[in-house]
Design a protein around this ligand. Structure first.
Ligand SMILES: *Cc1c(COP(=O)(O)O)cnc(C)c1O
Length: 412
């Protein structure tokens, strides 16, 4: 048994006490934490009581290299000791190199530009402001879409339960059902000359890993071009090699005008980015029109560069594809698993009954961290370094759990 007093020096003597004190000191926005975690290595984390878990959630698609990857740690600590932070009145080499690297990976045409933020919501805020700079006011967003919790990002997020109590929202956003080309055409016609942008996730993450169809994405691309509006792909969850391509839109060969990134980009260090494709999108936000104190700071940029480099050096795109396919094949053999949605290591296991919360709770007791984004979906967004053997240890447990607790209809 280990404790935080020994190992962390924070004066908390057990996970149980830690969670109790958490609820008195922190706002209740996340509910009661499942465990108090202390350290991680690769795809494993340990709690404050010394129990080990296979982390198939990866900090919600963040820990692309797993925990404590040596190249990532080296980049962060070296940069911290060299130059940790400067204001955006100055440039730094890691920031310039990262922007250039993203433009290259995205096959962005000349004139394209990057803006760095600290999070996904903030990247989408910047994208939202870019739509306003077109001089037009209507933005089409999708039901099931999730773009973040700040007011602008929330205004483009459909889910009434998390949005409505914070109204009034910034205006101009209309929602249509995902993958409904007719509804899209009707909304575009309704917006007329006022259509400023369309925002969508190529695979809707928080909705339970719901992919948009190629046809729908192609229609959105065509309509945005025809109406001189910005097509914004929110790749905060799908981006940075998670789907078996650097960016999910590359699986479709459909390039947006604006792409937002965060989650996996820094491999665990908070950093987000807006990639604006082409001169027009790239120059919509000019001097004094947007900014942030921390965005693109040297530590964030250095860790993001190290993350991208390790993905390349260790062929993690190929690994995400191979391990993802392995998981899909085995999960589909489990009775009551109807489908496995998503690509690469962005997977939603679709169940015949709404048991995902019970499965996630039983999994953590058994030493596996998974997440139930919707009642009938178990989400896996592990490190891109996950091995087949690690995946199998979860699938073996999952199969035996389902054998004992069949996924038949009804609440459990
Ligand atoms: C997580 C997420 C966001 C919000 O990112 P934060 O860093 O939590 O602000 C936005 N869009 C998508 C698709 C996400 O998955």
């Amino acid at each position: 048994m280990t404790d935080l007093n020994e190992h962390g020096g924070f004066g908390l003597d057990s996970g149980h006490v830690g969670v109790q004190r958490y609820s008195h000191a922190l706002m209740g926005t996340y509910g009661t934490p499942m465990r108090m975690l202390e350290r991680g290595e690769g795809s494993y984390v340990w709690d404050a009581d010394g129990n080990r878990y296979l982390d198939l959630l990866g900090g919600i698609a963040v820990n692309a290299l797993g925990h404590g990857h040596p190249a990532w740690v080296k980049a962060l600590t070296e940069q911290a000791g060299t130059l940790a932070h400067v204001s955006n009145f100055f440039a730094t080499a890691p920031q310039v190199a990262l922007a250039e690297r993203l433009l290259t990976l995205a096959h962005a045409p000349s004139g394209s530009r990057v803006f760095f933020s600290n999070s996904g919501a903030e990247a989408n805020e910047a994208a939202f402001k870019m739509t306003r700079k077109t001089g037009k006011g209507t933005v089409i967003a999708l039901e099931g879409g999730f773009h973040g919790r700040t007011m602008g990002a929330l205004a483009m997020t459909h889910k009434p339960a998390i949005r409505e109590q914070f109204e009034p929202m910034p205006g101009g956003v209309v929602f249509i059902p995902a993958n409904d080309a007719e509804a899209l055409q009707a909304a575009v016609a309704e917006a007329g000359d006022d259509l400023a942008g369309l925002i969508m996730e190529p695979i809707q993450g928080e909705a339970g890993i719901q992919p948009l169809t190629h046809e729908f994405l192609a229609e959105a691309r065509a309509l945005a071009t025809r109406h001189d509006a910005l097509l914004i792909f929110d790749e905060v969850q799908t981006g940075v090699a998670r789907t078996g391509a650097w960016f999910a839109h590359q699986l479709h060969g459909i390039q947006p005008d604006v792409m937002t990134l965060a989650k996996g980009l820094g491999g665990g260090f908070p950093i987000g980015a807006v990639v604006a494709f082409g001169e027009r999108a790239g120059t919509l936000l000019g001097k004094g029109e947007h900014g942030t104190t921390f965005g693109g700071n040297p530590m964030g940029a250095a860790t993001a560069l190290a993350t991208l480099q390790a993905i390349e050096d260790e062929s993690l795109i190929a690994n995400a594809k191979a391990v993802g396919e392995h998981i899909r094949g085995r999960a589909l053999e489990i009775p009551g698993v109807l489908e496995v949605r998503g690509e690469g290591l962005l997977l939603g296991i679709g169940l015949a009954a709404p048991h995902s919360a019970a499965i996630a709770a039983a999994a953590v007791d058994a030493g596996f961290i998974v997440n139930p984004p919707s009642p009938d979906t178990v989400r896996l967004v592990p490190a891109l370094t996950l091995t087949t053997a690690e995946a199998d240890s979860f699938l073996d447990w999952f199969a035996s759990y389902v054998a004992a607790n069949p996924l038949t209809d009804g609440e459990q």
